[in-house]
Design a protein around this ligand. Structure first.
Ligand code: PSU
Ligand code: MN
Length: 292
């Protein structure tokens, strides 16, 4: 694992650092939006006074903090694998390139000593049988603050929330009592706890450490100007029906559904996706400052 000099320095000086994932760049967003977004997220973290550390795998080497040329390579090469925990070692051992999922990014970030991680939406339980993201179990055993806009709206939200409870993942809403649903700022599902400030989110993380909990602190941050829940759900149902009919599953399912949603919403879902990614990066940076 190679940690960028700037990140190493920041950690040594107890300055705030925010981890960012790279599957959203390699498999989540279409080009050239993916590279623009990756750059914008790093800039947003800096504007809030923290150091960004985008995590990815370059030729079998885990990198924590990437230079601009490296970001560009990840965004444009066509041989980059989606690296979740089940194939992380395989990608590294074979010297290949990888975009890291929430599960993998959380694991690597925690291992590098980072305490805060921003993403768009986490993986969860799909409405199709037997497809559940590795993100959930990883979050159950990785102590890190994860700021997200909720489970991706292509998922079964109720089942995903239940699973977070079963696995004992720490869950709080940021200024909301209901689970945000990625493209939508709300859903009918009630959360166990709410924090009303960055300081309260930081206090949750500290309490979790003192209690000896090993799970993540999930901070669910509702997107501003999102799409109404009912509208998104209609698209999601259609996309899921189409995926089933086309026999798409496994690691290809999430990228397929996100792309279909973008088409069905005529780009509106992409616009919201970008906004929530940036809002999460900013909130994560502010929480990191409280922890630093
Ligand atoms: N949210 C997005 N775009 C994405 C993802 C999430 O808006 O590309 C990625 C994240 O990296 C997440 C992964 O960890 O999808 C989940 O994939 P799966 O369901 O196959 O575990
Ligand atoms: Mn899956």
């Amino acid at each position: 694992m190679l940690i960028h000099d700037e990140v190493t320095q920041a950690l040594k000086n107890h300055e705030p650092v925010v981890a960012l994932e790279s599957t959203v760049i390699t498999h989540g967003l279409p080009a050239p939006l993916n590279l623009e977004t990756a750059r914008r997220l790093e800039a947003a973290v800096r504007e809030e006074g923290a150091v960004p550390a985008t995590i990815g795998i370059l030729e079998g080497e885990v990198r924590v903090g990437l230079g601009d040329g490296e970001l560009e390579q990840l965004a444009t090469r066509n041989d980059v694998e989606k690296a979740s925990l089940w194939n992380l070692a395989a990608v590294v051992a074979a010297g290949r390139w990888g975009g890291t999922t929430v599960a993998t990014t959380a694991h690597l970030a925690a291992r590098a000593g980072l305490r805060v991680f921003a993403t768009g939406g986490i993986g969860g339980v799909h409405p199709l049988p037997y497809d559940e993201s590795g993100d959930l179990l990883a979050l159950a055993r990785t102590p890190i603050v994860v700021v997200s806009a909720g489970p991706k709206s292509i998922l079964d939200l109720a089942a995903t929330l239940e699973r977070l409870e079963s696995y004992g993942v720490g869950v709080v809403g940021y200024k909301t009592m209901y689970l945000p649903a990625f493209h939508s700022p709300d859903s009918p599902y009630q959360l166990p706890a709410t924090v009303w400030s960055e300081a309260e989110a930081a206090a949750h993380w500290r309490a979790a450490r003192e209690l000896g909990l090993e799970s993540a602190t999930m901070v669910f941050n509702p997107v501003s100007q999102g799409i109404p829940f009912g509208e998104v759900m209609a698209w999601v149902e259609q996309a899921n029906r189409e995926a089933r009919a086309a026999g798409i599953g496994g690691k290809d399912l999430t990228p397929y559904l996100l792309r279909r949603l973008s088409e069905l919403s005529e780009g509106r879902s992409d616009e919201v996706n970008l906004r929530l990614l940036e809002e999460n990066a900013r909130l994560a940076a502010r929480i990191a400052r409280w922890l630093a």
